[in-house]
Write a protein that binds this ligand. Structure first.
Ligand code: SF4
Length: 356
């Protein structure tokens, strides 16, 4: 049995309370102490009797906690956190894996970009994380704890985007579990409109998401209007080409009525011409969406160059003229390698060069 109480939904805690001969409402206290009050010590769950707290500890239950080992601030306000992952149930023993999370400020909005895997197997060409080998999936507790740690250290968070290291839909079960935990009113109470899952395009997992009883906002890392360009940038496209991917997106939208975001990294001479923009418009016809244009952020492992302001504005104008809501994403966090596609850019052999 998984003994990490942070990893459990409220319903699972209620079942656990019953198994341990306790009343159901006890679970609410545990859930609220962990997720609303950010308390990690079972002995501090004061509404529970002293005997029951002692029994939980005795039986090996615990509340896991990520270890934040570094915090870098960019002059533009962006903050990047480096977390050390710990061996489950081991207290503070590291398992040799690291992840990064990024806190972005935009007016009143405070968005935390969380990682879902240590490393990534998807190998997108423009992404530094793609050069790191896949190491392991994060637990729901580790996903949620990125939020808790930043809340405790820095500030309240208004939005969570699953867009950091890793492909969220390749860690499907833990991502869904973490969404349930983050969304629950007895815990952090994030509305589903404030939770976004971004995928490189795992079409069957998007279709699976349709049948869930919880529907986050969906973002698709698209980056090309044709299969030939997209497959060069994102090997996953060979498996789930654009027609297949966009069919799954349409099904998700038909069920949820949610507007979909398409992320489009603009790379000089690769996908950034007026013709590419026109082809993109055709592809997206019939989908209620907005397109986020992101200038390619350089990192050492790849020779691409960003498109530059003029080309980005030209591209945006073509989309806007067709009524597609388009946002040009600012170059946030570039100096600390926290911008899109840069996480893990300074790492050597899959690990941070100087973690402390
Ligand atoms: S863009 Fe996302 S899915 Fe692609 S390699 Fe980077 S982290 Fe993985």
């Amino acid at each position: 049995m998984d003994k990490d109480l942070k990893n459990k939904t409220l319903e699972e805690l209620e079942r656990l309370a019953a198994e341990l001969g306790q009343k159901k409402y006890i679970a609410k206290y545990i859930f609220a102490f962990i997720h609303s009050k950010n308390v990690n010590d079972i002995q501090q769950f004061t509404p529970l009797s002293k005997e029951f707290r002692g029994r939980l500890v005795e039986e090996g239950f615990y509340v896991s906690q990520l270890k934040a080992v570094r915090e870098d601030s960019d002059p533009d306000g962006t903050i990047k956190y480096l977390f050390q992952l710990l061996r489950p149930g081991s207290g503070q023993v590291a398992d040799g894996n690291y992840i990064e999370s990024v806190l972005l400020f935009d007016g009143k909005r405070r968005t935390l970009c969380v990682s879902t895997q240590a490393g990534c197997a998807m190998n997108c060409f423009f992404c530094a994380t793609g050069r790191l080998k896949f190491r392991r999936n994060l637990t729901a507790a580790e996903l949620v704890d990125q939020v808790s740690t930043v809340q405790k250290r820095k500030c309240e968070i208004s939005n969570v985007v699953y867009m950091g290291m890793g492909e969220p839909l390749n860690n499907y079960d833990q991502v869904i579990r973490s969404l349930r935990i983050l969304n629950h009113p007895e815990g952090k109470n994030f509305g589903l409109r404030h939770l976004t899952v971004s995928t490189c395009g795992i079409a069957p997992a998007i279709e699976r998401l349709v049948d869930e009883d919880i529907h986050p906002r969906l973002a698709i890392s698209l980056n090309a209007p044709t299969d030939s360009i997209r497959t060069k940038l994102m090997p996953i496209n060979a498996r789930y080409p654009l027609d297949v991917l966009l069919k799954a997106v349409r099904v998700y939208q038909a069920k949820t009525r949610l507007r979909v975001t398409f992320e489009y990294v603009l790379i000089k001479g690769v996908n950034d011409t007026v013709l590419h923009a026109r082809m993109l418009i055709k592809r997206l016809r019939g989908i209620k969406c907005n397109v986020n244009l992101i200038e390619y952020n350089p990192h050492g492992g790849c020779k691409f160059a960003g498109s530059g302001e003029e080309a980005i504005k030209r591209f945006a104008k073509v989309l806007e003229q067709e009524g597609i809501e388009t946002t040009i994403r600012l170059r946030m966090g570039r100096q600390i390698k926290a911008a899109c596609g840069q996480l893990g850019a300074d790492w050597v052999n899959g690990l941070p060069a100087k973690p402390f």
